[in-house]
Write a new protein. Structure first.
Length: 181
């Protein structure tokens, strides 16, 4: 009896964790096939970042993607100021011609009356800073004096008697000869 006990203990000591053919197939699968698929997946993941969409690898597309966020536009500081009517047509007519978003319509004296009573300075401030649905107008295609001219043009069409603002340099040049007298 002791020989049997000795033989079975000897067999248990020399046998591994794989006891059936099914376990052998699973061990081979998980040892070789799964790592190969993991390596292929990792290689695909790492190299996929270098692939570009069709047509996006052109020089123009690349330069558009890497361009700077801000831009500097150089304008002629000595250009003549635009008249109020030109400013109205270029900037203000989009809303004030139709009354869109609650904007007082051009030549509507009833709508402009309370606004005209606040004075030119308040109207210009509202135009430059924005009011209600109207976005701020400062810093666009027109300078502050031109925006003020547009405000005067609209207010005068509704019955105001505001004087059109002059160019700031012209006012300083006109004041200098008067001071010399």
């Amino acid at each position: 009896m002791s020989d049997n006990h000795h033989d079975s203990a000897h067999e248990e000591a020399h046998t591994g964790p794989i006891k059936t053919p099914k376990q052998l197939l699973l061990a081979a699968f998980f040892s070789f096939v799964v790592p190969i698929f993991l390596i292929i997946g990792l290689v695909t993941y790492v190299t996929s970042a270098n692939k570009t969409a069709p047509g996006s690898d052109s020089e123009k597309a690349v330069s558009e993607r890497i361009q700077k966020v801000g831009m500097v536009e150089i304008r002629d500081a000595n250009r003549p100021l635009r008249a109020g009517e030109d400013v109205f047509k270029g900037q203000c007519a989009a809303c004030h011609a139709t009354g869109a978003a609650g904007a007082p319509k051009f030549e509507d004296a009833a709508a402009w009356g309370p606004r005209i009573k606040t004075g030119l300075e308040a109207l210009v401030h509202s135009a430059l800073a924005g009011k209600g649905a109207m976005a701020p107008q400062g810093g666009g295609d027109f300078n502050d004096t031109e925006i003020a001219r547009g405000v005067v043009y609209m207010a005068n069409a509704a019955g105001a008697k505001f004087e059109e603002p002059k160019a700031p340099a012209a006012e300083g040049a006109a004041a200098a000869p008067e001071a010399a007298k």
